[in-house]
Design a protein around this ligand. Structure first.
Ligand SMILES: [Zn+2]
Length: 608
């Protein structure tokens, strides 16, 4: 999201500024990474770092783990940095360490009268239960998105729905807490990192703890599920999104950087991840700067690199399906748009957004089907992440119809996975948001009510009745959103904007704009004269151009082997733990055999 990028720039600037002013050690807090209460998968890799808030004498410093010298426990001596980044502070670092034995670990660092202590929990996993794991992320998917998708897609009469979304009838469900290390409100980077590494991090960070390091790439890393799978198993990995593939959620599968806006670097990290299937938008970061539209700052052509590494390449829906139809295709790169792809409402019905320029973008359900087809050629199983990224991209600008059509599309994509899983019942499927938005359905809007004030056409309680969307087509979409009696779906945390009470039939909604370069965001005057439009004064700071994320829990649905761990309230890091457990990924677990050996399941051999 544009919003986050500008915040990232701000954060990076203030961080740099802090370091510039930091002649005095008191600017820095002291810290140990991983942080206190970190839960660590046995045998997973992490960078160990101890940051003192002053210069210390290495000879007089003792770092111990459960009372034993840390070097002995971690297998090597942490490297001493006398003046980190030239500042008057000392650090100890030891990259890529592992702890194999489950249990509680008290880490103590003492130098003179400086003392720090954290406690980690290292956990094992049981034997492998699932052959495949498919994690669906409805980015920013809020309960109201889910409810509205069910109303529009399935219909409701006399209080009872006439059908269910594909993820409504899964066996297990949990509420997920999404807050990060630095803030109660997460962005998609740090929430996805929690899902893919089991470690919390901070806004804009991917696969690292945010330390005081100056370089975005020098923060303490934690191993991603993609790295674990590629290091310990012969399984395949797939990453699918309708946002840019370098955007925070897909990036979270592979990336290590303090700043999610490092998209050119993330594109390279996608290449080095050895993920077998990568599909989505974002080709601008794969093409050399000499190509018009490129967003790279060098002449590297990453698409050529993938091709040299035996990846099939697709840039349209047709090419994607052709590549998948070839039984020899085991590795596939699909880039269907230079930026974020268009949403379901625009692609299937309105033909707005960038659909006229890019008419051959695949649907998320077809991308899911293709990814499963290619990945399931690996007899050892696969981990696939599929993101419906545009639910969030449309919730931000308060464009609820578009976000709900993409929620229906997510339901279709999940149905594809359920149909695949039904054959062998050896696939663990989860469907979850990474965070929520401040949205609710409050009733209906009825154009046929008397008067001209649109606000007086909003019906609540008994006056709401039911909307009159036409019955959905075979793909679950009503063919019309501009009906005479619509859902009244409103957002609570907004900038100033004009509420039109109407779907945006032209391009996606732009609620607020700047009238001068350095001025505040104000309600976009383009909507001022829509009949009945009212000015809603926002409650967000005037630096916000759209709605923002919320700390409300996400609702996760799950089924298949491994889903028994999904219940009650869960921290987002526990989603990683559920995946690791279903695949038996811990060091001391017997990850070579499934619990229920079946004819179709080939044993997985751990890589050296
Ligand atoms: Zn967002």
């Amino acid at each position: 999201m544009k919003k986050i990028h500008s915040f990232a720039r701000f954060a990076a600037t203030s961080l740099a500024l802090g370091l510039t002013l930091a002649g005095h050690s008191s600017v820095f807090a002291q810290a140990i990474f991983p942080i206190d209460r970190a839960a660590i998968l046995a045998g997973s890799k992490f960078d160990f770092k101890v940051e003192f808030d002053r210069v210390v004498d290495a000879a007089k410093t003792r770092i111990s783990i459960n009372g034993i010298d840390a070097a002995k426990v971690l297998g090597a001596e942490p490297q001493f940095i006398f003046n980190e980044d030239g500042k008057k502070v000392s650090s100890f670092v030891l990259p890529g360490v592992m702890l194999d034995k489950p249990g509680s670990y008290d880490v103590v660092a003492v130098s003179g009268n400086a003392r720090m202590q954290v406690t980690w929990e290292v956990y094992a996993t049981g034997p492998r239960k699932a052959k495949n794991v498919i994690l669906f992320i409805g980015d920013g998917m809020t309960v109201a998105n889910r409810t509205a998708a069910r109303i529009l897609s399935k219909g409701i009469k006399e209080g009872k729905y006439l059908g269910r979304l594909s993820f409504d009838d899964m066996s297990n469900m949990a509420l997920v807490g999404t807050s990060g290390v630095d803030s109660i409100i997460t962005d998609s980077a740090n929430s996805m990192s929690a899902y893919t590494t089991g470690h919390k991090t901070s806004v804009n960070a991917l696969g690292v703890y945010v330390s005081r390091a100056k370089d975005n790439l020098a923060h303490p890393k934690v191993e991603t599920i993609t790295e674990l799978i590629k290091r310990k198993t012969n399984m395949a990995v797939g990453i699918v999104s309708d946002a840019e593939v370098e955007d925070a959620t897909p990036a979270g599968m592979v990336a290590h950087t303090r700043r999610r806006a490092d998209k050119d670097i993330i594109a390279e990290q996608l290449f080095f991840s050895r993920a077998d299937v990568i599909m989505g938008g974002g080709s601008a970061y794969f093409l050399p700067q000499t190509t018009p539209g490129s967003k790279r700052k060098d002449t590297n052509n990453l698409i050529d690199l993938f091709k040299l590494d035996d990846y099939a390449f697709a840039s349209t829906d047709k090419e994607m399906k052709q590549a998948a139809a070839n039984p020899k295709t085991r590795k596939l790169l699909g880039l269907f748009h230079p930026e974020n792809m268009d949403g379901a409402l625009d692609r299937h019905f309105l033909k707005k957004g960038t659909v006229p320029q890019f008419p051959e973008q695949p649907d998320l359900a077809d991308m899911t089907r293709t990814a499963i087809e290619v990945l399931s050629r690996n007899p050892n199983g696969f981990v696939l992440m599929v993101e419906a990224g545009l639910i969030d991209k449309f919730n931000h600008p308060l464009d609820w119809e578009r976000s709900v059509y993409d929620t229906i599309m997510l339901s279709n994509a999940v149905q594809v996975a359920k149909d695949f899983a039904a054959k062998n019942n050896d696939t663990f499927i989860m469907v979850t948001p990474d965070h929520t938005h401040g949205a609710s359905i409050v009733g209906t809007i009825d154009d046929n009510k008397p008067g001209t004030e649109m606000r007086n056409k909003v019906g609540v309680y008994a006056d709401a009745g039911y909307p009159n969307y036409p019955k959905a087509n075979k793909d679950g979409y009503p063919e019309k959103v501009d009906v005479s009696k619509r859902l009244a779906f409103f957002y609570g945390n907004t900038p100033d904007y004009y509420e039109t009470f109407q779907p945006k039939m032209n391009d996606p909604f732009v609620p607020a704009i700047k009238l001068t370069k350095d001025g505040p965001y104000v309600a976009n005057p383009a909507y001022k004269d829509v009949p009945g439009a009212v000015l809603r004064t926002g409650i967000l700071p005037q630096s916000a151009d759209t709605g923002t994320h919320t700390a409300d829990d996400g609702v996760l649905s799950a089924m298949g082997p491994g889903s028994e761990r999904i219940h009650g309230f869960m921290d987002n890091t526990e989603i990683f733990r559920a995946m690791a457990d279903s695949l038996g990924l811990a060091a001391n677990a017997n990850s070579t055999k499934m619990v229920k050996a079946s004819k179709v399941v080939k044993p997985v051999t751990a890589a050296k």
